[in-house]
Ligand binder design. Structure first.
Ligand code: GAL
Length: 795
């Protein structure tokens, strides 16, 4: 049962507040997920959310709860939570990234009022991970993930763990381990039902009653005709376990799982014995304004963006376990997940390590039934070797989940490998150096599997409002490292740093407390580098041109090469309607990428031959010189080109003015007629997408919501609205930075400020439900671009 509504919040905790009769009438009414402090978009520091706050809630205790277990589960509270019921301390929990359950049964008052108080310490406490040093991300605060309440018989199913294996081609087995809460009753039995598919294809297997021994039942379920869970066909099955005392049903527990095997081997990663190169991105769980506090739809949305917009097959949940909603969606989408214990570079004292080990335990117990999770990270991200500590984290992981391997992210080469997979952040590529180090130069055990867990990131921060050259460089760096990932057969895969920009501490980021390392901005708007990832897929046509085709954007007016990031076979280029040339993927420089970028380096093509009646040879020579003049400028033209120029001019009896005319007509185009460039992406001989670029005439707003239908389920719902300024052809206007006024009315509320700016031509807003149903209107006002309206329906 959901337990997210009707909370009272006070940002300043005082011990008096634990008292039952404390007057909380003046407090803020809040719903969970809740951030302890809303933040500005940027230029703020962590003191904004670093304080101890208090949440209170009246519990409506039902008479039927007498003699039962009343269990409250908190999915995530940042970072230390102390739970009190009716003034008595129930439990304290350390660590903001894993859930915990409080058994409040014995604290309830069946005659009077019942008060639940949660004291939330969101300060950076050096006794718990990830704290102890300055961290490259903000850690926020509050009861930021959902809360639920369950009423159980005193003996109930505490845990169900399913693992699967392939028996032979037709038969698969699921091992189901059922563990009960403590009980004296030795006569209990349980049974399971596995179902999947739907309608007539619905598949059901069930068991007879199985005796529980010492509160545990280990059941093997053999099944034929069940399908594997895979990245392209992520079939999930529902498992329901029922607990019986004689005929009486005591408890039920349901979960979803998938039949699949996964293994990192020396030569690659294998899912169901099929080798897959892991191509992924790192994700933080933060959002503008509300930090970590976003409900289900937004958590699921990030998984959808990774799969459908960025086309990756894997994600690393840096640097802590993420929301169950995100992982559930990864299960449904077939997105492979590497998740890890909370921490960043720093290892604390023994007490700190105890919390870390407990966090590993909680992480595995909470997430081990998810088929999408393929590897446990059991080292603090980028920490030094600590054999005693990491021997323990590995032991805990292997004991609680014998089916999955462990890794542990390091920046050290040749460090002690206590895990199954050597996982390493490879920041070798700086734009000039090769894409990746070789496995044998990094790992301490060559026979162990090897995975690259980060690359790029701080090596080249890139804002969506950086100039084109910079944005292109960013994209090319991702392309080069990805090419190296595909080249090195003994690298199981890699995760780029990172999916989107994020707020951070002072030592990182660009001074405004944003780390601009994303292939998307904070609102999940794509930067150019995003299309490098997206274009490696096959499912939908991806076609992005790196330049707006404005020579004034470039030093000396030299655009240089323009890149198409696409999965098309070729690109045909037209200049004001005249065909220039067809270009093909650059398989020379990017030998291993499934879809190398296409370099467009000639915008003259055969135009001079046609329009100036030049023969092909002369046209090529003239182009060569004109391109050189454009690249170097006339003052710095290398002598070889000067000689060529003189030779051509003498041969053709041209005057200086003829050369100038050719240059301005075909290269610089200053003062000429309006030029429209058209780029046609060709796949299997057909035009699959066209992009046109021309001077901007009628800029407009493009507004896209992920949904117009919101629904209150376990808690409030949130929609994401992405906003772009675009030209007549839908091209992003990367330097549009003007303000927008946002108004909402009806059944929706706005998260964040009502005046925002476009940055790099993009922005975003989040709309949330407010507990009512009906219609909600969003109006976005922009003086130059006009207004946009969206109508939402809230159920
Ligand atoms: C890594 C670190 C990440 C992020 C990244 C930036 O060292 O693990 O959290 O800071 O650098 O490139």
């Amino acid at each position: 049962m959901q337990f997210n509504d009707d909370w009272k919040y006070n940002p300043e905790f005082k011990t008096d507040m634990i008292k039952k009769n404390y007057d909380d009438s003046g407090w803020e009414d809040v719903r969970i997920p809740h951030t302890n402090a809303e933040t500005p978009y940027h230029y703020f520091d962590e003191s904004i959310y670093q304080f101890v706050s208090c949440y209170r809630k009246h519990i409506n205790v039902e008479p039927e709860w007498k003699g039962k277990k009343v269990l409250l589960t908190f999915d995530g509270i940042a970072h230390i939570a102390k739970i009190y019921v009716n003034e008595k301390p129930v439990i304290s929990h350390y660590g903001g990234y894993t859930g915990f359950t409080a058994d409040i049964s014995s604290y309830l008052d069946f005659e009077g009022d019942n008060i639940l108080v949660v004291e939330v310490d969101s300060r950076e406490d050096n006794n718990i991970p990830p704290f102890g040093n300055v961290i490259d991300y903000m850690t926020y605060g509050g009861i930021y993930r959902e809360v639920s309440l369950e009423i159980k018989e005193p003996t109930y199913i505490k845990d169900v763990f399913v693992t699967t294996k392939e028996v032979n081609n037709e038969c698969k087995s699921a091992q189901i381990t059922v563990t009960l809460s403590e009980t004296e009753n030795e006569e209990l039995t349980c049974r399971y039902v596995i179902s999947g598919g739907s309608g007539e294809d619905k598949y059901i297997i069930s068991s007879d009653l199985v005796p529980m021994t010492n509160q545990v039942a280990e059941i093997e379920s053999m099944a034929s005709f069940v399908q594997n869970w895979d990245i392209s066909n992520p079939i999930l099955y529902d498992l329901e376990v029922e607990l019986y005392d004689g005929e009486r049903i005591l408890d039920k527990k349901s979960l979803r799982f998938g039949y699949r095997t996964c293994e990192f081997r020396n030569d690659g990663f294998y899912l169901n014995n099929r080798k897959i190169k892991l191509i992924g991105l790192n994700r933080h769980q933060s959002y503008p304004y509300v930090g970590y506090a976003m409900p289900k739809r937004m958590q699921r949305r990030d998984a959808e963006i990774l799969k459908y917009e960025l086309g990756v097959n894997a994600v690393r949940t840096s640097h802590y376990p993420h929301s169950k909603h995100f992982i559930d969606r990864c299960d449904e989408l077939g997105l492979l997940v590497f998740t890890e214990l909370p921490g960043w570079q720093h290892i604390g004292d023994e007490k700190w390590k105890e919390v870390a080990i407990n966090n590993v335990e909680e992480m595995i117990l909470q997430y081990r039934n998810h088929p999408s999770i393929i590897l446990w990270g059991v080292r603090i991200n980028e920490s030094i070797d600590d054999d005693a500590f990491y021997t323990k984290t590995n032991q805990v992981a292997h004991k609680l989940d014998p089916t999955r391997q462990t890794g542990g992210v390091r920046y050290l080469k040749k460090s002690n490998l206590l895990e199954d997979v050597y996982t390493y952040n490879d920041f070798l590529h700086n734009g000039k150096t090769k894409g990746l180090d070789r496995k044998k130069d990094v790992t301490s055990k060559e026979e162990a599997p090897y995975l690259v867990t980060e690359y790029n990131g701080h090596m080249f921060p890139t804002k969506s409002f950086d100039n084109e050259e910079h944005r292109l460089s960013h994209a090319l760096r991702h392309a080069r490292v990805m090419d190296a990932l595909f080249e090195n057969k003994d690298i199981t895969g890699g995760f780029g740093w990172c999916m989107f920009d994020y707020n951070t501490h002072k030592d990182f980021g660009s001074g405004d407390r944003i780390c601009y390392h994303g292939v998307m901005d904070m609102f999940r708007n794509q930067k150019l580098a995003a299309s490098v990832y997206a274009s490696q897929g096959e499912e939908q046509t991806v076609f992005e041109i790196s330049s707006s085709m404005n020579i004034g954007e470039y030093p000396g007016g030299a655009i240089g090469s323009v890149y198409a990031f696409t999965n098309a076979d070729s690109v045909k280029v037209y200049k004001s309607g005249s065909f220039i040339k067809e270009f093909y993927p650059d398989k020379e420089q990017y030998k291993y990428l499934p879809h190398p970028p296409i370099i467009i380096d000639d915008f003259v093509g055969e135009l001079m031959e046609k329009q100036e009646k030049m023969d092909h040879k002369t046209s090529e020579k003239v182009k060569d010189v004109l391109f050189a003049v454009n690249k170097y400028g006339q003052n710095n033209l290398p002598i070889s080109y000067k000689l060529k120029m003189v030779f051509i001019m003498i041969k053709n009896k041209w005057k200086i003015s003829d050369g100038v005319r050719l240059f301005t007509t075909y290269i610089a185009n200053w003062g000429g007629e309006i030029t429209t460039y058209r780029f046609d992406a060709i796949r299997n001989g057909k035009i699959v997408k066209s992009i046109e670029k021309s001077p901007v005439k009628n800029p407009r707003l493009l507004v896209e919501a992920d949904t117009l239908y919101l629904k209150e389920e376990e808690t409030y719902d949130v929609a994401e609205v992405r906003i772009k300024a675009v030209d007549d052809y839908g091209n992003l206007l990367s330097y549009y930075q003007e303000p927008l006024q946002i108004q909402v009315s009806g059944a929706i509320k706005l998260i964040g400020p009502s005046t925002i700016s476009l940055r790099g031509g993009t922005s975003g807003i989040y709309i949330r439900t407010d507990g009512t149903t009906g219609l909600g209107k969003l109006v976005i006002k922009q003086e130059q671009l006009g207004n946009k309206e969206l109508d939402f329906v809230v159920e």
